[in-house]
Design a protein around this ligand. Structure first.
Ligand SMILES: [Zn+2]
Length: 294
């Protein structure tokens, strides 16, 4: 239960799903207690943006974090891969303001981390432990998000879209967190959107890098991607992927039970801030204080 970083630096290149621009990222080992830190190396001087729930500045289409007037968009998929490997400390150097979308899932970030290797560091990891149930609702959408005490990390998400190609059986999934299960069940699930939204976003100069190569797109009748879905319930699995990434912005692995109905990045962030605002609802503990046999 020691802190972790990667063994060797590694790089990747792709396009930003909203900017459409080509961007490079460089993952580099970082010392204990650094946390995950994005560095905008295209700026002079370089701006460091710590991956923190307190630095979330926009959740409309992705999770965007900002600091000192600069930002980095679409951090949730790489954050979910880092959560999967329990990487505590990492520098992520980036040449633009958006993490590349890759294939729309976390699979290529998982591959990168496997290639880089993971190493323990001689400092104990700490955990974010939920002590009390906290729930929030969104009156307009009917969305509900709840975090409760739990011996482990469990996610239970229900989506609710009125669409002929999203039947009820695809609308709920429960996930008990582990690296193996994340890689097997969640990591390959892709981001998704609707053709009607896509057309209006393009008119506003967004979703410029989006394509059927990096997103599931649904028109009024069906999934448009020629090869279909990777899992019959890929959409709700991707919601789990996003939640894992958003939760990792707490700065510690989560010990708790997240239940979400119609949730997305905005509700994920609002819930974490609601929990943090109540000092009785959470505590930070070392692994040996959790009653684990370590
Ligand atoms: Zn996503």
């Amino acid at each position: 239960m020691l802190q972790r970083t990667i063994r060797t630096a590694i790089k990747a290149q792709g396009v930003g799903v909203h900017s459409g621009k080509s961007v490079k990222i460089f993952l580099k080992p970082a010392p204990p207690n650094t946390g995950i830190v994005f560095r905008r190396i295209d700026l002079d001087p370089v701006v460091e943006i710590p991956a923190s729930v307190h630095h979330v500045v926009d959740t409309a289409l992705c999770t965007c974090i900002g600091y000192q007037g600069q930002s980095v968009n679409t951090v949730e998929h790489i954050m979910s891969a880092l959560a999967a490997f329990s990487i505590d400390n990492l520098h992520i150097d980036i040449t633009d303001k958006e993490i590349p979308i890759m294939d729309g899932s976390a699979a290529q970030f998982i591959f990168l981390l496997q290639a880089a290797g993971v190493v323990d560091q001689p400092v104990q990891r700490q955990y974010f432990v939920v002590k009390k149930t906290v729930s929030i609702t969104d009156e307009q959408s009917g969305a509900v998000a709840t975090l409760s005490p739990f011996n482990g990390y469990r996610i239970d998400i229900t989506i609710d879209y009125d669409h002929p190609d999203i039947p009820d059986k695809c609308s709920n999934a429960v996930f008990d967190f582990s690296l193996t299960e994340f890689v097997r069940r969640v990591a390959r699930s892709r981001t998704f959107g609707f053709l009607s939204d896509y057309n209006s976003l393009r008119k506003k100069g967004m979703a410029l890098g989006s394509s059927l190569n990096n997103s599931i797109c649904l028109d009024d009748a069906a999934v448009m991607n020629r090869d279909g879905l990777r899992f019959f319930d890929e959409l709700v699995r991707h919601k789990i992927l996003d939640a894992v990434g958003d939760h990792y912005l707490l700065g510690y692995p989560l010990q708790g039970f997240f239940k979400g109905f119609k949730t997305g990045h905005a509700m994920n962030n609002r819930l974490l801030l609601a929990v943090l605002s109540d000092p009785d609802a959470w505590e930070i503990k070392h692994a040996n204080e959790l009653g684990w046999n370590v």
